[in-house]
Design a binder for this molecule. Structure first.
Ligand code: ZN
Length: 288
């Protein structure tokens, strides 16, 4: 998608660094920032050639990713002339749960509200070996599995599902799940079609153009924010490994296409303490 989208607005543009990250990932080439690093220093997960940085929970990357998708979905509704609330509390009184990332008013069955639950999953992690093999051949499997999980989520065995509980409160429930590479489920395709019809009725939008525009915007938001999150996390991980206390792992041919030498640790985007130490030392030297 980043290659097909016209860079006609800042929302659908990627900077060079992001494009390089996306291309390497798509082509299955190891990310040079993660060269020589096998395990994530914070969560010990396999770095998977650097791809782990996309979904590593340390540093809050997945939340930034999720929140941007939530805001983008809210924007689709507004563009269609649908009133929305974000992360509305008290939809399920007494539970403290927030089942709706986006709460769309009055467009469900029989005019009910819709609680939209957004999630982003990585098709290359989780699941058994057999399932990972199936996912390599077909897209959307991880997304469909997550959607079923969300709909059937019960607080305890025998309790009603999330879908049933929301319906009891007069709300429809629509989990919208994207895989980090952009695949999604049929639910989103049908939902976008429905929004395009509402957009036509309420705001006079051309339905086909509305769908094409938002498909591009959403794919670009996923690709761009994913790359931003991954690059930021990669730099932080790299700083951990280049600190005086951590040795490089030169074993095997894991150093990536550019090798491990001559790669400067980046300091301006990293949020871990190592970066500050390096930075402070540099400042001391320049001040002398
Ligand atoms: Zn990690």
């Amino acid at each position: 998608m980043p290659l097909r989208a016209l860079p006609s607005s800042p929302l659908v543009q990627v900077i060079d660094e992001e494009l390089v990250w996306i291309m390497l990932d798509r082509l299955g080439i190891k990310h040079p920032e993660a060269a020589g690093i096998r395990k994530c220093p914070s969560c010990s997960a396999d770095m998977k050639g650097g791809r782990h940085a996309l979904r590593c929970k340390t540093g809050g990357g997945p939340i930034a990713h999720h929140n941007l998708m939530r805001d983008t979905l809210a924007a689709v509704h507004s563009d269609a002339g649908v009133v929305v609330g974000s992360e509305t509390r008290h939809l399920l009184p007494g539970s403290g749960e927030k089942p709706a990332d986006v709460h769309a008013h009055g467009i469900g069955n029989q005019g009910r509200d819709i609680a939209i639950d957004v999630a982003i999953v990585d098709s290359q992690t989780g699941g058994t070996d057999a399932e990972l093999q199936r996912r390599a051949l077909a897209t959307g499997i991880a997304a469909r599995r997550k959607e079923a999980e969300k709909r059937n989520n019960r607080r305890e065995a025998g309790a009603p599902t999330m879908e049933e509980r929301l319906l009891q409160r007069g709300m429809d429930c629509t989990p919208i799940i994207f895989e980090v590479d952009g695949a999604t489920t049929g639910t989103w395709a049908r939902y976008l079609k429905k929004l395009s019809e509402i957009a036509h009725t309420r705001r006079g939008h051309n339905e086909q153009r509305f769908m094409a525009y938002w498909r591009t915007r959403i794919a670009m938001a996923l690709a761009k924010r994913g790359a931003q999150v991954a690059i930021r996390r990669s730099h932080a991980i790299q700083c951990c490994y280049t600190s005086p206390n951590a040795g490089w792992n030169f074993s095997g041919d894991d150093d990536g296409p550019m090798g491990a030498f001559g790669v400067e640790p980046r300091i301006e985007m990293a949020a871990d303490s190592t970066a500050h130490i390096v930075f402070d030392n540099m400042m001391d030297m320049t001040c002398m």
